[in-house]
Design a protein around this ligand. Sequence first.
Ligand code: GAF
Length: 385
Amino acid sequence: MSAEVKDIFSQVFGREPDVCAFAPGRVNLIGEHTDYNGGNVLPCALNLGIKGAARLRDDKTIRLYSANFPDKGIAEISLSSLLGGEWTDYPLSVIRTFAAMGYVIDRGADLVFSGNLPDGSGLSSSAALEVLTGLLLKELYGFSVTAQELAVFGQFAENRFIGVNCGIMDQFASAMGKSGSAILLDSATLDYSYAPFPENDAALVIVNSGVKHSLASSAYNDRRRECETALADINKVKKASSLCALSVDEFERYKDSIQNPVCRKRARHAVYENHRTKQAADALRNGDLTEFGRLMRESHLSLKDDYEVSCAELDFLAETAWSFDGVYGARMTGGGFGGCTVNLIKKDRLSSFVGTVSEKYRKKFGIDAQIFAVEISGGARVISD
Ligand code: GAF
């Protein structure tokens, strides 16, 4: 975000915006593929994300511009259609969601976006764009909407209009993040609490593998289906509202009712990962980073072996981190099949870690990994520029 979004808006639309806002991307510390299984997640909002600026119009036209896709120019869409294409589907889906929820949008608007999340890195640029659009609409039209509702609307937009069957984690982290803290969210109830991150003791480091395998979205939906099949089988012998409503002991008792061994593995990941996530939140609150790191490693191995959403690049990055003196823990983060690893590192080992991992990764895959320490930011908010 080199130029401020307010200036970009003025350059593009020749007028000052009425409102500017920011919505962060997220990194998930632990609790992967649990949010659509009724389980817990532990993400953090990042200091990286998307800024937006908006102004009401007197007609019924929506105009959208992204500084990240300048070649696409300004998209102009009528309020009566709200159909776009490519990146514009995200903000338009959120407008459609507000309409579906009964909010009256009868005047057009100009909106500009500018983000600094690395492309295709799995740090939730889509969720940030959805939450940001929701916040801009709230401010522009004076809607009474809570931050939590912005998350729910973002997920609704993605599920209903974009067609991605994601859980609530990414939108919730973007809307509800708290500076310096991870969020422990129970996706079944939306109960949440914050767990302070020990910023004095550890650096939170993201390594972007630079790969995104094409399997990612189809495999995501496959995993959801496999978990649903596992739950249906379990329910023949034990009533459970979701896989993560089962304790580890209950799962072990009833797991043989899951007919398909692949579905059984998927369910095992969900149940154990949910358990690990609660343990990890306790470890974080107790300042036990060694235990936290152990759980991160178990999480990665479970995602690799039981859930099968890792890939050679992520495994290599995680294994390289595990063998590095000064790393508490490391794991793939997000949906998988590429994207990033998240690493918890002793602060004084950061520069040596960057050098070692870059060199080894380049040697093995011929790719320059992007490695950056991040700060944990607050959730979506109105900004001055
Ligand atoms: C993606 C989804 F959008 C989230 O809801 C979550 O399921 C995650 O993959 C896996 O934990 O980011």
